[in-house]
Design a protein around this ligand. Structure first.
Ligand code: IPD
Length: 280
């Protein structure tokens, strides 16, 4: 392993905490929407932009040879083979409304051997080495290093024991596009009678960390971007979760499912049995 995983975890933690402090302490009483993206409810605040600026500036100082892929400003290649995949605010709608469940998500990934460095790495083929998910509103920091385990504020994390689907607490999330939401609502309507209950917490990164800590048994979402899942998926995996897509694929934009082996299979089967619908 040519990369020092512990050093990458330490850098991820510094970056997530610095950006988190900036965003948390700089939160005005009423956050204003700076712009909208894919739909009128897909918002960017000035703090999303400021947070990503900070992450890019600090990475240029600390790791000048690495690439970066961020939600707001896209991909800038590096030369080292390591790319930082960052979400400056994951859960922007919660941040906008003053709800606590938002985070800064920072991951270091490497592409497959021989992958061209001028192309952004993709969840289907990357290997995540380090991840930090920091939730400033309650001060929690989730960390993971590949092969080193996952922690919450220094305490080791472990997923829940296997259990049947009907006793499972399931987290999910919804995209911003109306057509996708219709399909997602149809799946929720079918799933709700089959499980203990469903939560929509509002930050995919924290949902994946919730599986790691046992605060959720299962999580699934269609349509996640690379920065929504890079760090959280590693935290979940290092806590013992399986993180997967459907039909033997890896987790990616199509579908991300996370949970304890022994619990997750029933959810995967349910989701696979749904009529194939690329907008769901
Ligand atoms: C969103 C959150 C949300 C998920 C959406 C994401 P953003 O990220 O993670 O929980 O359901 O799919 O887009 O836009 O707040 O960075």
């Amino acid at each position: 392993e040519p990369h020092d995983v512990s050093a990458l975890v330490a850098t991820a933690q510094i970056l997530a905490r610095e950006a988190g402090s900036l965003v948390h302490e700089g939160r005005p009483a009423r956050v204003r929407v700076h712009a909208t993206k894919s739909s009128p409810v897909d918002v960017v605040t000035a703090m999303d932009l400021a947070s990503e600026e900070l992450l890019r500036r600090r990475l240029a100082e600390l790791r000048p040879d690495d690439g970066i892929l961020g939600e707001e400003q896209g991909f800038v290649p590096g030369t080292s083979g390591v790319t930082w995949v960052v979400d400056p605010i994951d859960g922007t709608v919660n941040y906008l409304y003053g709800l606590a469940s938002w985070s800064v998500s920072v991951a270091a990934v490497v592409g497959p051997p021989g992958a061209p460095l001028d192309r952004a790495p993709e969840p289907q083929t990357w290997t995540a080495l380090a991840g930090a998910v920091h939730a400033p509103a309650d001060g929690r920091t989730f960390l993971a290093g590949r092969g080193l385990g996952a922690t919450l504020d220094g305490e080791p994390l472990r997923v829940n024991e296997p259990k049947p689907l009907e006793l499972s607490l399931v987290g999910t999330g919804f995209g911003y596009l109306v057509e996708r939401r219709r399909a997602q609502a149809a799946i929720v309507a079918e799933l709700l009678p089959l499980v203990r209950d469903i939560r929509r917490l509002g930050s995919a990164a924290l949902d994946l960390c919730a599986v790691a800590s046992g605060a959720l048994d299962l999580y699934y979402e269609r349509g996640l971007a690379p920065w929504d899942q890079a760090a959280g998926a590693l935290v979940a995996q290092e806590a013992g979760a399986l993180v997967t897509g459907l039909h033997g694929r890896r987790a990616d934009h199509e579908m991300t499912v996370a949970g304890t082996p022994g619990t997750i299979e029933a959810l995967v089967t349910f989701l696979e049995s749904r009529k194939a619908d690329s907008t769901a």
